[in-house]
Design a protein around this ligand. Sequence first.
Ligand SMILES: Nc1ncnc2c1ncn2[C@@H]1O[C@H](COP(=O)(O)OP(=O)(O)OP(=O)(O)O)[C@@H](O)[C@H]1O
Length: 208
Amino acid sequence: MLQLKSVSHTYNGKEVLNFSDWDIRRGENWLLLGESGSGKTTLLHILTGIKKPTKGQVMINETDLYKLSSRQMDRFRGRNIGLVFQQPHLIKSLTVEENLKLAQTFAKLPEDKVRIEEVLSELGIIQKIKSYPSELSQGQLQRASIARAVLNKPTLLIADEPTSSLDNKNAKAVINLLLKLSESSNSTLIISTHDDRVKESFSKEYLL
Ligand SMILES: Nc1ncnc2c1ncn2[C@@H]1O[C@H](COP(=O)(O)OP(=O)(O)OP(=O)(O)O)[C@@H](O)[C@H]1O
């Protein structure tokens, strides 16, 4: 479902990052590992349509990502790719529910309150549906941002250092949740991490 072919990226004409080819099948779970500065963030941005690589091709579900127009890209990303960041990126002036509605609107999908309630219940934060991000704990915030990422049932779920700001208990819960959600929707999961607490749950690794 995802192929990375002959991809490299050059910053300022000198910093060259070469990425080995990567072939991911639907439903697989992968860890993206590499030292600081090895290019993990760059690669995640390339995989999610945020950064066009200097060379090479990214195919997701038979779509050549960088052949899409920016409009098509926004729609494709909203429907096919769920992103979880290190720090939850929710809009502070909107409630949890409004943040999720926005994710449906961005993907040009109809507003679906039932789906929003379903996801928040699954993640154990339905009681926070009308709360603002500032009223949530760190663990709840991370779960709200996971809710947003999985809302549109993406075939590819990508998490960039999702556990680094969490304590052991929340880190384990978040990993188990990501594994469970990706399994139940048969989506592919890629997690970039330094976190040893995460490594034991995965067998496939892409090393930078
Ligand atoms: N906008 C930029 N301009 C120039 N060089 C950049 C830019 N962004 C990243 N780099 C360089 O590219 C390399 C890879 O950076 P990247 O952020 O992808 O690494 P990383 O593996 O995510 O690191 P970390 O784990 O520390 O976040 C680094 O040497 C970095 O200095």
